[in-house]
Design a protein around this ligand. Structure first.
Ligand code: G4F
Length: 329
């Protein structure tokens, strides 16, 4: 007997995670409905390769409003919904706190409420974040570690994280939060520190740029590869019961380590090219993130394939190829 094709809705589909998750679900035979905020500039580079796929549909919707949520949920009757939409830049959230809270916090409430009223049996994944641990010095951080958010972005994520638990228990919905530690890739936005470093190293190597300006080099992050992390998102929705999981590599490195490693691979001297610019410092920093992914290892059977070294090499090689291709145009 032929089984019905599953339908998944992904908010934030044009982002790094949305694009990798679309690739994964399409490979698994899903129909994927991607939600994108309408903008006059198109900005769909990360999903352009999916346009010809008959199982991929793009719809417009902003997390600021909920009318489209009811329409799309009723139209597609999804089996799974992945809420990846957010104003996800921590530094930017200090400058735009209200917009961040509305998209990253209230947007989740709008979506959960629309699901409860239209398709309460659908499985829901929320992109929670290790930023929620904030400046809690306790490491490694696991699902029980106290949340001490240190930015408007993290405060909004905590609001969403608590709502997921509230809807799971209060309405018996299959709702999970993945507490994802930093995850990067060649598709990472260019203003996040890892991509900023790999892109600058490639450009400096090719003589296209002289200097790289950075902020706090002492902060430590548990960096994994986004390709690994979207598999964990999917696994969370394939369990008998919904739960929250920390997704991390269990290793932490300073920004300085990442910088020296990438510049070493590129054969560049950090002292010649890197300067500190106070504008990249944050009013309230998260000094140390180190995740304990034991629960995801044991209950989901999930394991990351990339560590920081493989990740940084992948990103640098990709940026070098992109810049070389641009030069040859
Ligand atoms: O790359 P970042 O901007 O990532 P951050 O703030 O850790 O947040 C990312 O990971 C979170 C998961 O924990 C996500 F929830 C969030 O959406 C985002 O994806 O900064 C990493 C560290 C910070 O400590 C920052 O102060 O790098 C430091 N840093 C130093 N110089 C810099 C720079 N960050 C940026 N973006 N740009 C700099 O020039």
């Amino acid at each position: 007997m032929k089984t019905k094709k599953k339908t998944a809705i992904i908010t934030g589909v044009t982002g790094q995670d949305g694009s990798y998750l679309s690739d994964l679900l399409l490979k698994k035979g899903y129909k994927v409905v991607g939600i994108k905020r309408r903008t006059s500039l198109i900005c769909t580079d990360r999903i352009d390769h999916l346009y010809d796929n008959e199982n991929f549909v793009l719809e417009y919707g902003s997390m600021h409003a909920s009318d489209w949520m009811y329409r799309i949920l009723l139209k597609y009757k999804p089996d799974e919904i992945y809420n990846l939409a957010a104003q996800s830049h921590v530094r930017v959230s200090f400058d735009n706190p209200v917009e961040t809270a509305d998209i990253t916090g209230m947007g989740t409430l709008r979506l959960l409420e629309a699901i409860r009223q239209t398709c309460p049996g659908a499985k829901f994944y929320q992109a929670s974040s290790s930023e929620m641990f904030g400046d809690n010095p306790e490491v490694p951080q696991n699902e029980k570690t106290a949340l001490m958010p240190a930015s408007p972005y993290a405060c909004a994520k905590v609001f969403s994280h608590n709502l997921v638990r509230n809807y799971r228990i209060g309405y018996n919905m299959y709702a999970c939060s993945g507490i994802l530690f930093n995850h990067e890739s060649p598709r990472r936005g260019e203003t996040f520190v890892t991509r900023k470093i790999t892109k600058a190293a490639a450009r400096i190597k090719l003589g296209l740029q002289e200097k790289l300006y950075l902020g706090n080099l002492e902060a430590k992050r548990d960096w994994g590869h986004a390709k690994d992390y979207v598999e964990a998102m999917w696994l969370m929705l394939q369990q008998d019961t919904p739960d929250d999981y920390v997704i991390a590599t269990g290793q932490t490195h300073s920004v300085e380590n990442f910088l020296y490693f990438v510049f070493g691979v590129a054969g560049l001297n950090v002292d010649h090219h890197v300067e500190i610019d106070p504008k990249f410092f944050r009013p309230h920093e998260v000094p140390l993130l180190l995740g304990d992914p034991t629960k995801a290892f044991t209950k989901l059977g999930w394991r990351p394939k990339y560590d920081m070294v493989k990740l940084a090499e992948d990103m640098y090689e990709s940026d070098l190829a992109i810049e070389l291709a641009r030069m040859q145009k």
